[in-house]
Write a new protein. Sequence first.
Length: 357
Amino acid sequence: MSDTSATRTAWLVLGMHRSGTSAVTRLLALAGCDLPADVMPGDEHNAKGYFEPWKIAIFNDERLRAAGSAWDDAFAYPFRPLPPPEEKAWLKRAAALFDDDFGHAANPLMKDPRATVLLPFWRAVLAQKTCAARCVIPVRHPLAVAGSLKRRDGFTDEKSVLVWTCYMLAAEAYTRDLPRAFVGYDALLADWRAEVKRIEAALGGPLPNLTDAGAQEIDGFLTKDLRHNAGEAGLEALGWAGAIAADVHGWFAETAAGGRPDRKRLDHAAAKLARRAEDIGALVSPQARDLATARSELKDARDQLIGAKAFQADLRAEMKKERKALEAGWRADLRRLEAAQGALARINAELDAALRD
């Protein structure tokens, strides 16, 4: 159950990568929730920004790898706890990062899709902080997500819809005892005000501080150009992965539209995924972990190379500056020497003239 004695409320945006979590986070931030101190900047894949705590995102990648998983592991659900002494050390690190990013903010707004499959872990962190939680879960068609991941990461559709399934099952299962709202991504772009009313009704209270000025900013942010990949029928062409994803998407789409579908549909889908994990999880998860480790090491090496090149450029610029200063000094000394030689020549001439007289 949620902690009714808590004096702070964390707003958690949960769900799959590329499924609208950034848009929902920006909306909540403009409605009065508190973004982290260090926010991941936008890039060519998301020019308007990710709005997530980049240090916590890096930490979550590390925590997933510690349990033999990764952010793109199709079998990262269910959550994998570490032995208690190890987990205690990870929790301590997470708590410190949370404090660094949010301080004493009354409504910390945390969005990192990885936290979805790590939610039991992060709920333990929030419990330590006596911080309640409200959850907002965007729902986007898995094939729309797959299109985005294919363009960004080169994933096959089968892999993408499986990872989507894993994240969505985790988002639902780990929040059953928390205030939560399911938001259709397309509906959000079409009429965000109506979706905000639904969010507030589901969570049992208003957003922290949605002002007229904030609403105008949301109008300028939630534009149709955020809808890069349309979800289309075709999951049945993806075999068993598509069949499981279709079952899960059907439940979420109906729920986001205001329906109350039977949760057993998700339980059945989770059982199917678990059976597949028994068959191939021991092959897939370690590969995902090792690939994630290689990506991390490659990024570190790239960052070090960029840093070395920047240092080299700065050093060259400083050497050029120093050389110019030395040349300027040398030229000034040369001019002074020439002037002294000229003065000496004049004195010698005057002396010679005096001696002749």
